[in-house]
Design a protein around this ligand. Structure first.
Ligand code: ZN
Length: 120
């Protein structure tokens, strides 16, 4: 499961960061996930909850924010769209610029980053 390896990387970073700041307990983890990251948020949260068991982050609230998808068309219009998750796979093949209707391509969208760590 892809989400488990992503989650273990996240947990590792969270623990390293909180330790660096002398925190004893992590209470909240906020993640930002791109539309094209191919990550199932439910499975990622599930994996994280298992992996933080027994660590300083045990019981931390995990929040995932889905980032809007940035697209650029041939005329260089850059727009941000928020497609339904289920449509993303087919959408990337026929993205249209909302300004002029030309074919557009995604800029990034594969992010999976730690946005915030709350610790005490
Ligand atoms: Zn355009």
């Amino acid at each position: 499961m892809h989400e488990f390896s992503v989650a273990s990387g996240i947990v590792e970073s969270v623990l390293v960061e909180s330790k660096k700041h002398g925190a004893e307990k992590v209470t909240k983890i906020v993640l930002e996930i791109g539309q094209l990251s191919m990550i199932s948020v439910d499975q990622l949260v599930f994996a994280l909850e298992i992996l933080i068991e027994g660590t300083a982050a045990q019981g931390a609230k995990v929040e995932c924010r889905i980032l809007p998808l940035k697209i650029e068309c041939q005329k260089k219009h850059v727009s941000e769209i928020m497609p339904e998750k289920k449509d993303v796979y087919s959408l990337t093949r026929r993205l249209k610029c909302p300004v002029c209707g030309e074919v557009a391509k995604p800029l990034g969208g594969r992010e999976c980053m730690i946005k915030e760590i709350t610790a005490e």
